[in-house]
Design a protein around this ligand. Structure first.
Ligand SMILES: Cc1ncc(COP(=O)(O)O)c(C=O)c1O
Length: 397
């Protein structure tokens, strides 16, 4: 029996998250491995969702998303990024950003096409590229800056474009980006975005940009790639409510962009889930309209937690790199007695009572990620303090 897609997914089926979560449960370690907050988002939004569930209807939402949420997403893009969108044709609600990325790749790639992706990458990217029968071509972000190596990116694009056949099939089709970036925290600079834009325009590439951490950019403002020259017509922007409102369990996301691209994404999304979480959608519409003070407060709290974890990790004698945004601190363990990040993370629960994730697994280039470990700071301060105390108790690393 043919099992092509399942076979292509074999390398992704046992994830490091499952292994590390099981280790956390078995050892009672503090879990800084997975990136979800341990406090829920705004109480008034949770209340609005509860009211909507009780009032009903609890039936399918329209495929593109409820009108209230589509209008709220369009208004959010205008308010924060100066992007004008038609809520009927340029906004598609999805089941989290994960489905947004999946529907984008499935809707926009043919088998054999190449997707140029910054690595380390969020784990669903590689799996969904494989599901589409496409080929990932990683461009490596290297510690400690994790800046985009623009020469390497240009080389990757040029090599990939050269693999297109005479009819333009195969070779580079998409660039899949993520900023602020998981797990490195890199917030792409305008110079990086403009160089990427130039390549996309020159080689007729579509960009899919995952911006789930858009409200968690600390070092510099988050600038959507869609706003850079020539990119409004060739960028699919993906985001979701999970990180902006600490409501990761709701899995409400959205895709925005020019009508032809959004309609291609919609075509794939229609047969993945059709629609999701109808009664929660209008609560997220209300969340997107929260005043600026909410978004500023979220950012300030996360900066404080980042700084707390960075200081604690450094005081424990480990080399913490300060992230520019997002949810994670990267620790470089190359100077420790266990410089291999996977071995380090496997030993960490027994050694220190803390769970982390080796960034290595998000790289194809295992050398670049060999000694990098990811710790989440989107946790309560007492949880961070507990983890810091446990790390400090180890003494010499
Ligand atoms: C870069 C990135 N994209 C997408 C997601 C998933 O978003 P959602 O929960 O909205 O599907 C995450 C979650 O950690 C992420 O870090």
């Amino acid at each position: 029996m043919p099992r092509a897609v399942a076979d292509r997914l074999v390398p992704f089926r046992s994830t490091i998250f499952a292994e590390m979560t099981a280790l956390a449960e078995r050892t009672g370690a503090v879990n800084l491995g997975q990136g979800f907050p341990d406090e829920d988002g705004p109480a008034e939004i949770v209340r609005a969702a509860a009211d909507a569930l009780i009032a009903g209807p609890n039936q399918y939402a329209p495929g593109p998303g409820t009108p209230a949420l589509r209008h709220a997403v369009a208004e959010h893009q205008r308010r924060f990024h100066g992007i004008t969108l038609d809520p009927d044709h340029q906004v598609q609600v999805t089941v989290g950003a994960t489905e947004g990325v999946a529907a984008s790749i499935l809707g926009l790639c043919d088998p054999g096409d190449e997707v140029i992706v910054l690595e380390p990458y969020y784990d669903s990217y590689a799996a969904v590229i494989a599901m589409a029968g496409a080929v990932r071509r990683p461009v490596t972000l290297r510690a400690p800056e994790f800046a985009v190596d623009l020469d390497a990116l240009r080389d990757a694009v040029h090599a990939s474009v050269d693999r297109r056949d005479r009819d333009g099939r195969g070779g580079a089709r998409l660039l899949l980006l993520n900023s602020p970036h998981n797990p490195t925290g890199r917030v792409l600079t305008v110079a990086e975005l403009d160089a990427i834009a130039e390549l996309c325009v020159e080689h007729d590439l579509v960009a899919v940009c995952d911006e789930v951490y858009e409200h968690l950019a600390f070092a510099r403002p988050h600038v959507p790639l869609a706003t850079r020259p020539g990119m409004a017509d060739r960028t699919v922007t993906v985001s979701s409510a999970g990180k902006a409102f600490a409501l990761t369990g709701w899995k409400v996301g959205w895709v925005t962009g020019p009508e032809p691209l959004v309609s291609a994404v919609r075509a794939a999304k229609q047969f993945l889930t059709f629609s999701g979480h109808g009664p929660l959608q209008d609560a997220i519409a209300a969340a997107l309209a929260l005043p600026d003070a909410y978004f500023e407060g979220l950012r300030d709290r996360m900066v404080a937690r980042r700084d707390r974890l960075v200081a604690g990790v450094r005081a424990a004698g480990l080399d913490a790199l300060v992230p520019e945004g997002g949810y994670f601190v990267t620790v470089d363990v190359s100077g420790t007695s266990e410089p291999d990040a996977i071995a380090f993370c496997r030993a960490l629960p027994a050694r220190a009572g803390v769970v982390a994730v080796p960034t290595t697994v998000f790289y194809d280039d295992r050398v670049a990620g060999r000694s990098l470990v990811r710790l989440a700071y989107c946790k309560r301060e007492d949880v961070l303090d507990d983890a810091i105390a446990r790390l400090a108790a180890v003494g010499r690393w």
